[in-house]
Design a protein around this ligand. Structure first.
Ligand code: PLP
Length: 394
């Protein structure tokens, strides 16, 4: 695609397959994979100019690589961001964000319903470096407002949350963060830009675990930080110095994954809604958590800020851990794994896996009960998924 073309005028579907394409002298149709750790200069003067930054261009793959750049350009176009910096994983994106924007003495307000490793990063590791974090109830805007301090620089959320699919009002929270002089960062992993555009809603930063829906086929780890040019420069400064850069191979996989992101997210969301609606009719079910259901407490908000409910469905079976494990163990199609964002559906028991390391009291407070099961819906047939989830009743 002609890089001078105004990307903002193109539809998301078009950007997903066209943005970031720069052909080499061979005029390849599919994007090239540049497996090289360093780049050669024409002469010593050019080397000097590249190193000093006077001349733009590649130097070393810890700084930039054309395949990684292509992914960054495409993902930035999809999220509507000025800049995108790709990272080795979702967690290194969150680490890079904190390292780039914060310093000792700063305070973070974080929703309680974030990814387990994010909780440990903010609440544990970063606290050793003088960064304090207050965790607040995920959907309670008053709690965020109350948690803001003079030194609060970052408000960090995930929406919908894992595994209870709680939805945070991004626009309202952006106002709260900005009123307190803080930035709002949204982990957009569960929706991806195909379903939700946090920057459009007022957020300052989006982070991704590209490991999930962006790749979409469970092949590689990756991550990204998206936001203004100034934020991108700070994040890149940290990355090129500290090193958790995305590998070109992983970038290439994710770049190709983006081409089918929208149709995957639409198909997987539609399948999740169908499955969630069916689950609500089952006699062995206590409760279903899915933003696309009218029974979801924030259904209206979810439908306002997302274009579909996403592909994560959680539910409580009647009974406790024994019944939940029996259901999981009887499945033959679903994969018993904690990963998500794959074309293959996965099933997990959050209270003994992803949330197994937090105390029973904290788990109870977060509403993650022993009878809770999370399904990340993939692309299998609906009848096969239903039969699999009911096999334990046979
Ligand atoms: C998986 C995940 C992460 C961490 O991503 P990695 O690529 O595994 O490092 C962060 N946030 C959310 C919401 C996730 O699901």
């Amino acid at each position: 695609m002609d890089p001078t073309q105004d990307l903002a005028q193109l539809q998301l579907e078009t950007l997903a397959v066209r943005a970031g394409t720069h052909r080499s002298q061979f005029n390849e149709h599919s994007e090239a994979l540049y497996l090289t750790s360093s780049f050669v200069f024409d002469n010593a003067a050019q080397a000097a100019a590249r190193f000093s930054g006077e001349e733009p261009g590649n130097v070393y793959a810890r700084f930039t690589n054309p395949t990684v750049s292509a992914l960054q350009e495409r993902l930035a176009a999809l999220e509507g961001a000025e800049s995108c910096v790709a990272t080795a994983s979702g967690m290194s994106a969150i680490l890079a964000l904190a390292m780039a924007l914060l310093q000792a003495g700063d305070h973070i307000v974080c929703s309680r319903g974030v990814f387990g490793a994010t909780q440990q990063l903010f609440g544990g590791i970063l606290s050793r470096f003088g960064l304090r974090t207050t965790f607040v109830a995920t959907t309670d805007l008053a709690a965020y407002r109350a948690a803001m301090e003079a030194s609060t620089r970052l408000v960090f959320i995930e929406t919908p949350s894992n595994p209870l699919t709680e939805v945070v009002d991004i626009a309202a929270l952006a106002d709260i963060a900005h009123a307190g002089g803080a930035l709002l960062a949204v982990d957009n992993c569960f929706c991806s830009p195909a379903l939700q555009l946090p920057l459009r809603l007022g957020a300052d930063v989006v982070v991704h675990s590209a490991t999930k829906y962006l790749d979409g086929q469970g092949r590689v780890l990756g991550g990204a930080v998206l936001g203004s040019r100034a934020i991108g420069e700070e994040v890149l400064r940290f990355l090129r110095t500290a090193g958790p850069t995305l590998s070109p191979f992983n970038a290439w996989i994710i770049l190709k994954g983006l081409e089918t992101l929208r149709i995957r997210m639409q198909a997987q969301s539609a399948a999740a809604l169908e499955l969630a609606s069916w689950l609500e009719t089952r006699p062995w079910i206590d409760r279903v958590y899915y933003p696309g259901l009218e029974s979801h407490p924030q259904h209206a908000l979810a439908m306002r800020q997302q274009s579909a409910g996403g592909a994560i469905v959680s539910f409580e079976v009647k009974g406790g851990r024994e019944e939940a494990w029996r259901l999981i163990d009887a499945t033959r199609v679903l994969s018993i794994t904690a990963n998500l964002g794959d074309t293959k559906s996965t099933i997990t028991h959050p209270s003994t896996t992803t949330h197994g390391r937090i105390s029973a009291e904290a788990r109870e407070a977060a509403g993650i009960r022993e009878n809770l099961i999370r399904v990340a819906v993939g692309l299998e047939g609906q009848q096969d998924l239903r039969a699999d989830l009911e096999r334990w009743m046979a």
